[in-house]
Structure formats: structure tokens, C-alpha cells
Design a protein around this ligand. Structure first.
Ligand code: ATP
Ligand code: MG
Ligand code: MG
Ligand code: MG
Length: 464
């Protein structure tokens, strides 16, 4: 069974349980200015959970494209974290609740996919006796394999500053202990023995700006299972990068970057999927918001390969491979391929022109610096003149044992934005003279975008 079979089996199973199958929504949330990207399968359904708007059916199932900036630092380091991922989900809007959601998940994993029961561990929210009892007494999972975890792991959401949320129950796959240390570890501990594969969220609350919870008008179910993780389990490999979703990409990277290492290969293979899908959904490289995240993926990958002597654009060559792997599930990529490659090669070329100079300046700085801090003004120069996203400067600095004065950097950034805003407004005033009323209205109603680059790291779902 390959990843494409799992997608199909999942949808078929939930359709047989009376769910409506809807296509994936865009990675760019429509109608939701509080979210940078679609970070989970439930995002397109936020209004239905809140009781605002009526879903086409009370049971829905999807395979949703997702993008998470919060996990970017872990990509290539852990066996299971990606930026771009596909989430398999089943949703109930005021229809079934805990018992059925748990029953479906258990049946799908053990009967449809044939995963041995003994390999599954469960976590529930510490106060959720109901979910605990369903797993233990009704499904028959022994107490030794059920853990109670706190808010950090087992209270999900909201996605963004406010929204629906609730206690959850996570299903983990046990790879078995690989060392003495791993013998006693449990889901939720910092060890790689367990991989979380599926999260069942019992979405019953709304969280407001102050973090206060109030019950939703109806009880809902939101589940999410990472396709790459469940494929890892089904294909019997040890991490997401060894699945059929990644192997051809990594093989091509090895041909290009001859003496690469596993972190480099994994990072680039993840980022090129993110780049392809973000551009496919209309994001272009810019200095702000979504475009800035895309730019970071590109520049981070280029700098990695540069360390291995790659000084020419190469990412664009990986796009056809991503398209080939994904085209059956996302046929729109076929016609977007040429466009994506064109924009990408241009962006690659532009950054590679200044990368070498920027890096040598930075090395010089490390050698001469009186302390282990990279000043804000210098970090800003690297950004402004050489195109180094601040996060990239931070990463390189950390490798050399330096920290970056990010507050200082932000001050220069803000000054530059102020200047740009003033000159833009002046230009707008001039041009209004020759515009029609409608055009003036349109321009004035355009939202003012804000620099979100640095904060984006802190929360995957920051207000734009
Ligand atoms: P983890 O604890 O491993 O970081 P999570 O609890 O943050 O995962 P959820 O928000 O519950 O993840 O997302 C639902 C499911 O999506 C997870 O059970 C997992 O299968 C998948 N998933 C989440 N984050 C990632 C990621 N960065 N890369 C790949 N799959 C992911
Ligand atoms: Mg996580
Ligand atoms: Mg988790
Ligand atoms: Mg989870």
C-alpha cells in the first residue's frame, strides 16, 4: 500500500460512514484575515464549528493541504516534522461525538490499514475520563498504553488568536525502544520511540481574545492524521522522508548536491514541496506575510546547498518531480508547473547573486566581533542589501555561537517601513487626481500589510 492508496482508502472509508467528501481548500485561507496559512484540516470549516453558516452536510471528510511555519526549525532534525503536509480528516458538525470518532479511527487503523493493535498507544486530556473509558473499556486498549496529558499536548486549538478548540485524544505508533533510555518513555516524552499519527479533537469550546472558554452551540468532531506519518507506518520505514512521497525528490537532490548530508536532503525535500504548493496556490516571493515565508523556504534551501558547493539555481529542477509525485491528487499542478519554475529560477538567481558576498561579510563579522552578538544594524544590512531573511542570519549566527540583536533589527525594519509608507502615500495622493472614484475607493480599501517575518516564527497563525 502506498501513500496514494491511503488517501483513497481514508476517503472511501469515511464516505461509507456517510461523510461528504470535499476537495482540499487552498493553503491561503479565504475569508480569514487572522490566519497566515491553512494549518489544519479544520481551518476551512471554522465557521461551521462556530455555528456561523450551515455545512453542506453534518459529516465531512477531506484530504487537506496544510502549511505550518511553527515546525520549520524541526524539519530534517526530527523523523516526523514537515512544513507542508497533507492532513486526512473527518469532521462532525453537531452530529457524532467522542464515541463514534474514537470507534472510526480505531477501525480504520486496525481493520482498513491492518496496523497491529499492540503498536497503538493513546493519550487523552488529563481530565477527560469519558475518552479514557471509551478507549479502555469499550475499545479494550490496556491501561498501560493510555496516558493522560495536560493542556500542552491534549487541548487543541484554537487555530489563530481566537476560535474553536477542545480537549483531544491522540493516537501514537510505537516503533519500539531503540535504546535502554527508550524502554521507559511514553507518548508526550521527548523521545522518538513514539510517533503521533492521529489527533481526535472534541471541539466543544470557543476561546476568546482573553483566553476565556465558552461552550459552542453544538459539540463537534475535528480529526487530523498526517498522510506522511501514516504512510511511514504503513510502508514500514522509520521517518517521513523514507516514504514514497519523498524518495524520488531526495534521490534527485543527491544527484545535484553530491556530498550532501541527511539534514540537507530532508530540509530541501520538505521545502521544495512547500515552495511548489505555496506558489501553486498563488503565493509569490515578497518581503511580507506569506510571500516572506515562501522567500525564506527558498533562501534557506539555497544556503544549505551552497555550503555543499552549489552556486547555481537548482530548486526549479526539483519542481517537476514534486508535480509528478503529487499530480494525481492535485492535477492543477500540471498546468502550473512551468509558471512555478519560471518564478523560482528568477528568485534563486537573484539571491545567489548576493549570497556569497553576504556570507563573506558575515564571516568577517564573526572574526572581528568584540562580543558574541550580531548587531541589529548589521543584520538589517544583510537583509536589506543581501536579501538575508533575519531568521537565516539567526541560524547562521547560532551555528557560530552568536546571537542576533533582533530588537535592534526590528527597529531598523520599522524605520524603513515608515519611510516606504510615507512615500507610497505621497505617490497615491498624486495619482488620485487621475483616477476614477471607484479606483480611489479600491486603493484606499486595500488592507495595510504589516511586517510579520519574525513573529511568524512564534505563532503559526498570527494576524496578518
Ligand atoms: P506533534 O506533537 O508531533 O508536533 P501536533 O500535536 O502538533 O504533532 P496536530 O496539531 O495534532 O499535531 O496535527 C494533527 C496531525 O497532523 C498529527 O497527529 C500529525 O499526524 C500531523 N502533523 C502535525 N504536525 C505535523 C508536521 N509538522 N509534519 C507532519 N505531520 C504533522
Ligand atoms: Mg506540533
Ligand atoms: Mg502532539
Ligand atoms: Mg496533536
Amino acid at each position: 500500500m502506498r501513500s496514494s492508496d491511503i488517501r483513497k482508502k481514508f476517503i472511501d472509508y469515511f464516505v461509507s460512514k456517510d461523510h461528504l467528501h470535499l476537495p482540499s481548500a487552498s493553503l491561503v485561507p479565504s475569508d480569514d484575515p487572522t490566519l497566515l496559512f491553512t494549518t489544519a484540516g479544520m481551518v476551512p470549516f471554522k465557521p461551521y464549528f462556530l455555528g456561523q453558516g450551515i455545512p453542506p452536510k453534518r459529516r465531512i471528510t477531506t484530504v487537506q493541504k496544510c502549511f505550518r511555519t511553527t515546525d520549520i526549525e524541526r524539519v530534517g532534525i526530527t523523523p516526523r516534522h514537515l512544513t507542508f503536509l497533507e492532513m486526512l480528516g473527518n469532521f462532525s458538525f453537531g452530529d457524532y461525538f467522542k464515541r463514534e470518532a474514537i470507534g472510526f479511527a480505531y477501525e480504520f487503523l486496525t481493520k482498513e490499514l491492518g496496523i497491529p493493535i499492540s503498536k497503538l498507544w493513546i493519550s487523552v486530556y488529563e481530565e477527560d475520563d469519558e475518552a479514557y473509558d471509551i478507549w479502555n473499556k469499550e475499545i479494550g486498549i490496556p491501561k498501560e498504553r493510555i496516558v493522560r496529558l495536560g493542556k500542552e499536548d491534549n487541548f487543541w486549538g484554537p487555530p489563530g488568536p481566537t476560535g474553536p478548540c477542545g480537549p483531544c485524544s491522540e493516537i501514537y505508533y510505537d516503533f519500539g525502544p531503540k535504546s535502554k533510555d527508550e524502554e521507559d518513555c511514553k507518548p508526550g516524552d521527548p523521545c522518538d520511540r513514539f510517533m503521533e499519527i492521529w489527533n481526535l479533537v472534541f471541539m466543544a469550546y470557543y476561546m476568546d481574545e482573553e483566553g476565556k472558554l465558552s461552550p459552542l452551540p453544538q459539540k463537534n468532531i475535528d480529526t487530523g492524521m498526517g498522510l506522511e506519518r501514516i504512510t511511514t507506518v504503513v510502508e514500514g520505514v522509520s521517518n517521513v522522508f523514507e516514504t514514497d512521497l519523498f524518495v524520488p525528490i531526495i534521490e534527485e537532490i543527491r544527484k545535484i548536491v553530491k556530498d550532501s548530508d541527511s539534514v540537507t536532503e530532508r530540509l530541501i525535500s520538505d521545502h521544495i514541496r512547500g515552495i511548489t504548493f505555496l506558489m501553486g496556490d498563488g503565493v509569490v516571493p515578497t518581503n511580507e506575510g506569506r510571500g516572506y515565508v515562501l522567500r525564506r523556504l527558498i533562501r534557506r534551501s539555497l544556503r544549505r546547498a551552497y555550503k555543499h558547493g552549489i552556486v547555481k539555481p537548482f530548486l526549479y529542477k526539483l519542481v517537476p518531480i514534486v508535480v509528478d509525485i503529487m499530480k494525481d491528487a492535485y492535477p492543477d499542478l500540471i498546468e502550473k508547473k512551468d509558471y512555478i519554475q519560471k518564478v523560482l529560477i528568477k528568485e534563486e538567481d537573484q539571491f545567489l547573486r548576493t549570497l556569497e558576498q553576504g556570507l563573506s561579510l558575515l564571516e568577517d563579522y564573526f572574526r572581528k566581533a568584540p562580543s558574541k552578538t550580531v548587531g541589529g544594524e548589521f543584520a538589517f544590512k544583510l537583509y536589506d542589501t543581501y536579501g538575508f531573511p533575519i531568521e537565516l542570519t539567526k541560524e547562521i549566527a547560532e551555528e557560530e555561537g552568536f546571537v542576533v540583536d533582533v530588537d535592534g533589527f526590528n527597529k531598523y525594519m520599522e524605520e524603513q517601513r515608515e519611510k516606504a509608507r510615507a512615500s507610497m502615500e505621497a505617490k497615491l495622493e498624486e495619482s488620485f487626481i487621475s483616477l476614477s472614484d471607484d479606483e480611489v475607493y479600491l486603493m484606499k480599501s486595500l488592507p495595510k500589510s504589516e511586517f510579520v517575518g519574525y513573529e511568524v516564527l512564534e505563532s503559526e497563525s498570527k494576524v496578518l
